[in-house]
Design a protein around this ligand. Sequence first.
Ligand code: TEU
Length: 510
Amino acid sequence: MDAKQMNTVYQVYPKSFQDSDGDGVGDLQGVVSRLDYLSWLGVDMVWLNPVYVSPGYDNGYDVADYARIDPMFGSMEDMDELIRKAKDRGIGIMMDIVANHTSHQHDWFLQSERDPEGAYGDFYIWRDTPNEWSSFFGGGTWTYSPIRGQYYFHAFAPEQPDLNWGNEQVRTEMAGVLAFWAERGVTGFRFDVIDLIGKDVDRKRWLDFPLMRRYLKDLVAQVDTSSLLLVGEAGGLTPDEILALQRDGSLDVVFNFEVCALDEQAGQGKWKLAPFEPSRLKATLDTWQRAFAVEGRNSLFWNNHDQPRAISRWYDGDERAAKMLAVLLYGLKGIPFLYQGEEVGMTNGMIAPEDYQDIETVNYLRTGGTLDAVRMKGRDHARLPMEWGEGADTFSTGTPWLRSLHHDEGRDVSTMRLDETSLLHLYRELIALRRTNRVLRDGAYELVPTEDHLYVYRRFLAEETPLLVVVNLSPDTVPIPVECGDRLIATEQVESPMLRPYEAFICYNF
Ligand code: TEU
């Protein structure tokens, strides 16, 4: 398996995927027990959110030891078993590399705090006088350490001090982390907020691109990544900057969040909601598809552990819209990322106000935030336990660490597996189609001009028969605007001369 030619990556949020020991928290043996399901679904890589030792202020994105597994998730033996058993099924494992910051309990930080002149003294960003800058989780970016008598910088929580990427030693240590996991047999890395390694704290700039590019190149050059899929989470990069990193061989694809922000008021942060407009979805996707129409690749996703369910935020949970979004995304050029539960149409559910746990949401509510915004954008809504089914076949035999007060009837794996017309089967067919159809996987992209409530695009590759992806973004029944050949896949079972509400299909274009 060539990881660089990956078809579909499935994202597992380990805390919420499958609990194997009844403590209400998902774990690595739980993932192992679901490998047959993932293999049936047809995915070829699993991105695991962080499972390293962590005090858990940000659910594992505060790493205290990159080379050990948190006991909450199991042991290194469990991890090795997962890598091995996944490989037996042709599935690779992608590790989440949190390189911008560590936990305040990481040994590097403890030493940096105590001994400014020591080996780790310059591993973090220390200043005598802080400037005024807001962190992503609310509050300022600087916290005073009485031990060192200086302030340290943190883009996120005070428990997540930022590493000093200007220090060559930091890059070498992080390359060591990559090498450690590559040797254990993982097939990819997802670099958390990797654009932030190039920030300029004194000038209050989150991104100095040439700096970021240089640091990342230096990191990647120290490890053999030729057969690993490199994914960067980097919301601040332009398409041209991404292309530059792809040419460098530093990243294969990048997560950008323009689509996720379509229901936000521009520039006002994630909590200020704006009505979702399908025409803007089309325009944004089209811009990104054009940017990588010939060279490079996009990442394709609707949700992740930070982005609550798109069908809840945009389409009131409508299952027809879920199918439409599936066909729309799997028709595009790039690598699709499927977030656990998306394949059964999981929605944001309903969380009791006192049950919110995410640091970002808790801070927001504490400082006067509204529940309406949290119910749409609060990250806990993306982290509800996977809906496997009823009875013994559930997420946990114990009390889940996070609970939804509302469950959508029939939207679970065991129910949908029995129904060949279900969303789950549609995803399985789409994944299989991308595996076999070169045009879908590698073909160029071209927009077919239509009215705003429709999104029609063409995919073509050399002498292969081109494809058309026809999507009705609206809840209205409308005429089909183009001539279509045979259909390869569709949201509806029976063809109709009109496009029904949220209908979508892929057909040949003669
Ligand atoms: O997220 C980065 C990021 O940009 C978030 O601040 C994002 O804007 C926010 O979650 C939206 O609500 C990554 C991880 O995916 C996230 O889980 C971590 O909390 C964060 O980095 C810090 O490591």
